[in-house]
Design a protein around this ligand. Structure first.
Ligand SMILES: Cc1ncc(COP(=O)(O)O)c(C=O)c1O
Length: 398
């Protein structure tokens, strides 16, 4: 079968809930993927930042295979000998007392919402079923019905209601005065992304995260930071909120925690907050399974041992500077933190992504006019130069 055969099967039998580029990946290694015809492409999306460690990382593979021979799933009805090591690793790496593992990012966001609400009733004393969590305009926290109910992007929420919008008031992202105005006696938390990835690598104004943290402290409410895409090195720091030296009450992680091998997500918090969840109140059949835990520990080790955070900062700065120098009248702005770059165009981004695919470089538009470059953090400077040649060619000729 060739690429066209696979595409035809997918179009006929699969739900059309994505609009992928027509490249059919068969194998991958590091920053590169290979299609079924054997053509190689430099991956500048990294599975939406889930493969920060690079595709099929050999050290993650080793632990994946080894664990698959031992035991993969026990459910949390029994204990296993891998999950405690993930708890310990997350504590040592991030400083939070505890964590709660789930599978997808959206589930971890739901976990943060449930934890904040339970804290609201048990600790803060908000009247039953009245807790509010203030969210931000332009947010993206996943695709469950609760989460899309507080999105302002019609392609996320339209046609999937009804929603409970009064439980999630929205403030303008980056505007601290507007956030203050949205806080009521029933507010239990503020939940934001430190940088909005799906929003197009939107970096809030300097001082915003600090002001959010201070406001939450002053009002006695929780600061929830969704680091699912921004975290684990993508932004050039372990967490993007480190840029402002703040410590959120709950941090949500996912994507690169998996090394691209096995879905795993988690929330991190101290005991006085996460301790509110009691046996039987939350969980998932697969959450915290030994295979996921083993993979996550090794994925975190790879981030540390291969200095991926530092690489992201250094190579990201280089990539962004070179992009800014491209003489194209279509480039409006280059927004970048680490190897996480939004190239804002004055025109539709999709044709450029398609042209780049023909040149052997994979990237994806976000919104209509933004190209996101987010390669695996193991990418080399030479590979970035290779990419830049193609990007310059496409941006100056189309
Ligand atoms: C900030 C943020 N939160 C949550 C999610 C949802 O994660 P998942 O697709 O694993 O459910 C995403 C996915 O892109 C994200 O970027």
């Amino acid at each position: 079968m060739n690429s066209q055969d696979y595409i035809a099967l997918e179009e006929q039998y699969g739900a059309h809930n994505y609009h992928p580029l027509d490249v059919v990946v068969h194998s991958a290694e590091g920053a590169w993927v290979t299609d079924v015809e054997g053509k190689k492409y430099l991956d500048c999306l990294a599975a939406y930042s889930a493969v920060n460690q690079g595709h099929c990382h050999p050290r993650i593979y080793d632990v994946f295979v080894e664990q698959a021979k031992n035991v993969t799933l026990t459910s949390r009805a029994f204990r296993n000998d891998r999950l405690p090591l993930l708890y310990k690793k997350l504590h040592e790496m991030t400083g939070y007392d505890m964590s709660l593992p789930m599978n997808s990012g959206a589930e971890a966001v739901e976990t943060a919402i449930k934890t904040a609400r339970r804290w609201a009733y048990d600790v803060k004393g908000i009247p039953a079923d009245k807790a509010e969590i203030v969210v931000a305009s332009g947010n993206f926290h996943g695709r469950t019905t609760t989460i899309v109910g507080f999105s302002d992007d019609p392609s996320s929420f339209k046609g999937f209601g009804p929603y409970c919008t009064e439980a999630f008031p929205m403030h303008e992202y980056g505007n601290i005065e507007d956030l203050k105005a949205k806080i009521t006696p029933n507010t239990c938390a503020v939940m934001i992304e430190p940088i909005q990835g799906e929003g197009g690598i939107v970096i809030p104004p300097d001082g915003y995260l600090k002001a959010v943290a201070e406001l939450c402290k002053e009002k006695g409410i929780l600061f929830i930071c969704d680091e699912i895409q921004a975290g684990l090195g993508r932004s050039g720091k372990l967490f993007a909120h480190y840029y402002e030296g703040v410590r959120p009450d709950i941090v949500i992680i996912g994507k690169a925690l998996s090394g691209g091998y096995y879905p795993v997500s988690a929330i991190l918090a101290d005991k006085d907050i996460l301790g509110v969840i009691k046996p039987g109140e939350h969980g998932s059949t697969f959450g915290g399974n030994p295979l996921a835990a083993a993979v996550a520990v090794r994925s975190l080790e790879v981030i540390e041992e291969e200095n991926l955070v530092e690489r992201s900062a250094e190579l990201g700065a280089y990539f962004a500077e070179r992009l800014r120098a491209i003489p194209s009248q279509h480039i409006v702005k280059v927004r970048a933190r680490g190897l996480w770059i939004g190239l804002v165009l004055d025109t539709k981004a999709r044709p450029y992504c398609e042209a780049l695919k023909e040149e052997g470089l994979l990237c994806k538009e976000t919104h209509e006019n933004i190209i996101r470059f987010a390669p695996p953090l193991v990418i080399t400077k030479e590979e970035i130069d290779w990419a830049l040649e193609r990007i310059e060619k496409v941006l100056t000729t189309i």
